[in-house]
Design a protein around this ligand. Structure first.
Ligand code: GRF
Length: 210
């Protein structure tokens, strides 16, 4: 059992990993600035130099570790470099937000219980890519957003929190996407705040919030 309720005196530090638009990154930046996150964003890790999220980080004055997958022969090689960057900054929590590379045990093992991901469906339904499209095509009436701990699998880690989104008459694929993203904006800062506040208790797959 991991008890993270032992408070730290310095600000809680997070690193965000993202590969794309960075709307979740922006939400976290905004919450951090407003003082509602309870955490400081000390690093953006991105594998796409041209991704809009990198520009968002520059504008916010957040340090970036930007790399290209093709510059490394093995996944482990860039993850070792990332691990050094995280260590140097004393990162407490890795927050994945649309990071499109598979992780290796280099980071997964080192940050066990300290790495979270947001996924745009109610896991275990619709894991993997294009979860919103999968739910839309399936015709479910209820979907949503899941924040979970990261383990070695694809969207398989213990669930921390979920937020339900209903698909109503008149919704379109686009309106569903907008509802999902709004749910993400609500949920992700809240969960980061729980970690920062030492409120998360992990007991195997059973996670409770105190
Ligand atoms: C989000 O929908 C998130 O759930 C998924 O990837 C997307 C990232 O979007 N993991 P953005 O880059 O934060 O806008």
């Amino acid at each position: 059992m991991t008890d993270q309720s032992v408070g730290s005196r310095r600000p809680y530090r997070i690193a965000v990993f993202a590969s794309g638009q960075g709307s979740n990154f922006q939400t976290l930046i905004d919450a951090s600035r407003e003082g509602t996150l309870g955490a400081e964003i000390v690093l953006l890790v991105c594998n796409k130099p041209e991704a809009p999220v990198v520009e968002r980080a520059h504008r916010a004055g957040v340090d970036c570790f930007v790399f290209e997958r093709k510059a490394y022969s093995r996944r482990e090689d860039y993850e070792v470099e990332i691990a050094e960057e995280l260590e140097r900054r004393g990162v407490d929590l890795i927050v994945l937000a649309g990071y499109m590379l598979l992780l290796t045990p280099v980071l997964v093992d080192a940050y066990q219980g300290r790495m979270i991901n947001i996924h745009p469906s109610l896991l275990p339904s619709f894991p993997g890519k294009d979860a919103i499209g999968q739910a839309w095509s399936y015709g479910v009436k209820v979907t949503g957003v899941t924040v979970h701990l990261v383990d070695g699998g694809m969207d398989t880690g213990p669930v921390i929190a979920q937020k339900v989104v209903e698909i109503q008459q008149g919704d379109t694929r686009e309106s569903l996407e907008e509802k999902i993203h709004a749910a993400e904006r609500d949920l992700y800062p809240q969960v980061v705040g729980w970690f920062a506040g030492g409120k998360i208790r992990i007991d195997g797959r059973n996670i409770t919030i105190s």
